[in-house]
Design a protein around this ligand. Structure first.
Ligand code: HEC
Length: 274
């Protein structure tokens, strides 16, 4: 029995070891992900409301033009420091289908804090038509869905070779050589170092001036990438901070309990001599 368990574990380890270098970055032979240190990692890690709000602005002003984030409700924004009035105002900028009304008709109304985030396209067919055949995926769980998700999305946003779709032949030949590719580059796609297969339907997104914060500041490209990844990671797991607090309280509780039991044991055995 023991040998079977051992062999299974060894085999699983081998598979993991073989699979991980290939998955670590989307492209075999391509560049490795540039790993970042994120605020939420580690036992005491967490989020800063300022960064989450800035990240939300990047999502709202840029990514939301194509990507839904449908797991979130507008009222979730209360958790990152927006006031009730601000959340109402943010929600009211979007229209949701409701009904049927008394005449049996569907109608549009402004969204409220109780609504899910409204996506940019009425359906996937329209989304694909507008985006060169590819549907921009929902970003709610993106940082969890991809291996090393936060680092991957961060690198992807930085990984565009140029703004032009269908790279010039000469340039593309160099890339082919560098990355050992043998296909022609699709005319409607953009070269991205980190997207599996290098050809992505998403145009480059972050450039200076793409986002203006409520205080009038324009964050740098790197700040935008970092903040939006932080916001998306929070969106994928809004309970992370309270889960960590519970974990710490549990440790504290166990610590106190151990001390008490130790004291009790000493007390009970105090008159017993060896
Ligand atoms: C103009 C539309 C558009 C905008 C704006 C946009 N994207 Fe995309 N995005 C796409 C499309 C289309 C795809 C699908 C790409 C494909 O499959 O080739 C995509 C795919 C992605 C993916 C998935 C990559 C994968 O591994 O499958 C991520 C992550 C992503 N976008 C992040 C973002 C972020 C973050 C922003 C905002 C900073 C953003 N996008 C803005 C169109 C857009």
């Amino acid at each position: 029995m023991k040998t079977i368990v051992k062999r299974t574990l060894a085999a699983a380890g081998l598979v993991a070891a073989l699979a991980s270098p290939a998955l670590a970055s989307g492209n075999a032979g391509g560049p490795q992900l540039d790993k970042q240190s994120w605020s939420w990692t580690g036992l005491f890690g967490g989020y800063s409301e300022k960064q989450l709000k800035n990240g939300f602005e990047v999502y709202r002003q840029v990514c939301a033009n194509c990507h839904p984030l449908k797991h979130l409700y507008y009222r979730d924004l209360l958790k990152i420091g927006y006031t009730e009035t601000e959340v109402k105002d943010i929600a009211a900028r979007y229209q949701v289908k409701d009904g049927p009304d008394d005449n049996g008709e569907m109608f549009d109304r402004p969204a409220t804090p109780a609504d899910h985030f409204v996506g940019p396209f009425a359906n996937d067919k329209i989304a694909a038509m507008i985006n060169g055949g590819a549907v921009p995926p929902d970003l709610s769980l993106m940082t969890k869905a991809r291996k090393q998700g936060p680092d991957y999305v961060y690198n992807l946003l930085h990984g565009f070779a140029s703004d032009a779709p269908g790279q010039p032949a000469e340039w593309w030949l160099k890339q082919q050589e560098k990355h050992g590719l043998d296909a022609t580059f699709p005319e409607t796609k953009y070269f991205n170092d980190f997207f599996p297969g290098y050809a992505i339907s998403m145009p480059p997104q972050l450039r200076e001036g793409a986002v203006t914060l409520p205080n009038g500041k324009e964050p740098s490209v790197d700040e935008m990438a970092r903040d939006v990844v932080t916001f998306l990671n929070w969106a994928a797991e809004p309970e992370l901070e309270s889960r960590k607090t519970m974990g710490l309280l549990t440790l504290l509780y166990l610590g106190v309990l151990t001390t008490l039991l130790f004291g009790l044991k000493k007390y009970i055995w105090r008159n017993v001599h060896h």
